[in-house]
Ligand binder design. Structure first.
Ligand code: GFB
Length: 314
């Protein structure tokens, strides 16, 4: 991938896509192609095909997806399976037909079995039942992985699939009904400080463990892999550190300055008990994650403070 190549980032307004665009700009790539949802509906096969034929990008990152936290996944299963299957099918096929040199599909650690051995290796894909709260999204992502593998085998298309762990960072979705745990806790604890509330509700038991990766570290890993990785096997991208939801809540409380009580609502689902990725294939290629959880949370909270009014927060 050279600075003068045309690179298409699908989903540039999302957490992942925006970070990819920042990283590409920082590294001097000048022909980064993006398109708004109003200009191109990625669920429309004909429009996606026409767009790729007209623009012929050499490199493609697919960060466009219907994403959300545990409650959104659990509440809108049809939207998650339909939108993701449509978007990825259209983009993978159109990129191949338009002659793209290399293609990156982004999956998720929820593609692995709910009770996979920890840390989870790439080989654990399709070795057990999925976590029910997000199996619709996971099945769509597994179909995307398989489609990349099939296009590589049958057509020689250089499509790779990257599996990030739970992501967070500036630009995340902070809508409490739909977002992931990190933005939810930042917003809840910040709002509690602003309102002078004496307690904050955290969903589930607090016992599940999650591995979090700062979004700019993921973007750096994606650019690194676009340069160095070309294989049918999926590749994990994680930080290597896991934390319980309870410990995460205490850390976010500390960062936001909240000193009241934390109440766990066990009527809300816990989801997967643990999902720590084994990222040794990535690290053996020479990539290292830079941002600690505390540092990443501070950066994300600063961003939220600068943007919370625009996001409808207190
Ligand atoms: O981040 P999260 O929604 O996603 O939830 P998953 C992680 C854990 O945090 C769960 C707990 O155990 C939640 O019950 N949690 C506590 C909260 N308080 C809150 C809160 O206020 N909001 C949220 N959202 N969670 C998603 C999948 O699973 O992870 C997706 O549904 C995707 O498919 C994504 O894979 C990365 O890690 O459980």
């Amino acid at each position: 991938m050279k600075p003068t190549d045309t690179i298409f980032v699908a989903g540039h307004r999302g957490l992942v896509g925006a970070a990819l665009c920042r990283a590409l700009a920082n590294q001097g790539y000048t022909k980064v192609l993006t398109v708004s949802r109003a200009e191109l509906d990625l669920t429309s096969q004909a429009k996606v095909y026409d767009f790729f034929q007209a623009t012929k990008p050499a490199y493609v990152f697919v960060a466009a997806a219907k994403v959300g936290g545990i409650n959104a996944n659990n509440s809108y299963p049809a939207d998650f399976i339909r939108d993701n299957l449509q978007i990825q099918t259209n983009v993978i096929d159109a990129a191949y037909r338009a002659g793209a040199k290399k293609f990156m599909f982004l999956g998720s650690s929820c593609i692995y079995p709910k009770l996979a051995p920890q840390p989870i290796r790439e080989e654990h894909l399709l070795t057990g039942a999925l976590e029910p709260t997000n199996e619709w999204y996971a099945v769509a992502k597994i179909a995307g992985i398989k489609m990349c593998q099939a296009y590589r085998r049958q057509y020689g298309f250089d499509a790779i699939s990257v599996m990030p762990t739970n992501l967070y960072g500036p630009g995340d979705n902070f809508d409490l009904e739909r977002c992931h745990v990190v933005p939810a806790l930042i917003r809840k604890f910040h709002d509690a400080c602003t309102a002078g509330a004496d307690a904050v509700e955290v969903w589930g038991s607090g016992r599940p463990k999650r591995e979090f990766l700062f979004i700019d570290d993921l973007a750096a890993a994606c650019l690194f892999l676009m340069h160095t990785y070309s294989d049918e096997q999926i590749i994990n991208v994680g930080s290597g550190h896991e934390v319980s939801v309870d410990a995460l809540a205490r850390l976010v409380a500390h960062i936001t300055g909240f000193t009241g009580a934390i109440r766990f609502n066990t009527d809300m689902p816990d989801g997967t008990p643990r999902k720590l990725l084994d990222s040794s294939r990535l690290t053996s290629l020479g990539f290292t994650v830079k941002t600690s959880l505390t540092e990443g949370l501070r950066l994300t909270y600063s961003w939220y403070l600068a943007n919370c009014r625009a996001l409808g927060g207190a």
